[in-house]
Design a protein around this ligand. Sequence first.
Ligand SMILES: Nc1ncnc2c1ncn2[C@@H]1O[C@H](COP(=O)(O)OP(=O)(O)OP(=O)(O)O)[C@@H](O)[C@H]1O
Ligand SMILES: [Mg+2]
Length: 394
Amino acid sequence: MNWTYKYRPLSTNEIVGQENAVKELIRFIKGNNPVIVYGSVGCGKTCSVYAVAQELGYEVLEVNASDQRNKEQIEQVIGNAAKQKSLFTKGRIILVDEIDGISGNEDRGGVQSLAKIIQDTAHPIVMVANDPYSKKLADLRKQCELIEFSRLDYPSIYEVLKKICKKENVEFDDLALKELARLADGDLRAAINDLQSICEDKNKLTQEDLDFIGLREKEQEITNALRLIFKSKDPKIVRQVFDNVPIDLDECFLWLDENLPFEYDGEDLANAYSCLSKADVFKGRIHRRQHWRYLVYQNDFMTAGVALAKKEKTSGFTKLRRSQRILKLWQAKMRNAKKMSISTKIAENSHSSTAKIVKDVFHFAKNYIAKNKEIIEELKLSSDEIEWITKKGS
Ligand SMILES: Nc1ncnc2c1ncn2[C@@H]1O[C@H](COP(=O)(O)OP(=O)(O)OP(=O)(O)O)[C@@H](O)[C@H]1O
Ligand SMILES: [Mg+2]
């Protein structure tokens, strides 16, 4: 069983770090007021609604707004649910997830019909938005209370992980567990999933288990690559330096960013940072629009651009500094990025939503996919994705 489900909070006192949000939630649900809840990923929005419902004796009817393709469907599914009184229980909470997913442009009516539904609903409606301040939701927002769920800090995540370890008889190295909590970057679901992936079979968590996130062995190679960029002025040589470095280009970017000021100064430094900022622009485009062919520009600005930013070749080399924090956060994010991109492919092939796959399916499917070549081919996974999914601890 998925540990996130097994250890979901069954009552509100088991929810960590969201005291105010939960209090507000109870108040608005009791008052039958429509609310929009928002906050970072995996911090307890959905499970809080369920815990509150449980305590108040309500049933929850959950609808994913982005699964409803048009206005008619929103009216039919959510509208009907909002009108019907339940005979058997005290009440019903209608939980509408992903309201920003209601197709905004092709179908402006979706949000409006939701706004109409909440005006005469028989039941409290809780809507979940990623960005409640988006323009699209402006009309709806005026009629709703907003509740923010805060990003969970790492000690709270650590406490939850520790409890789970005790219940599952997992022996753990305390520092490693803290590190795992930190790496989750506020996402308790991710932290619990990581813990389960590592410990389910061997009931033990050690510092080495975090190596898949760590960088130890990779440090030498990135050092050599940066040395070439900082010392050489030959674009032919430097353009290829990252090809054999076993970390991705975005991470190399952070290394450059961190170390540039120790190598360059004055105008050279300004020029080099200007190249990095251009690389960053392409990086953004690649991530937003999946224009992978921009990778070559990002690479060129980071390598040849930075190398040629200095007026003269320099000698002497200060020891590289790594900012563990940024780098590790970044890696944790990249892990999620791969999870997202693979999940999107699964979703496309199974006609369901990416969000659903990430939350409910991915964790169970990944080992199966990793061992099954035909599925990998069918999903058309990229070599990066294959490497990631077949690696232990992904
Ligand atoms: N504040 C919390 N207290 C206790 N457990 C939590 C908390 N936040 C998350 N969890 C754990 O993580 C799981 C996922 O949380 P939940 O589904 O509520 O996140 P969410 O905020 O709705 O995320 P998303 O933005 O992806 O919808 C829960 O089932 C629970 O095990
Ligand atoms: Mg949720």
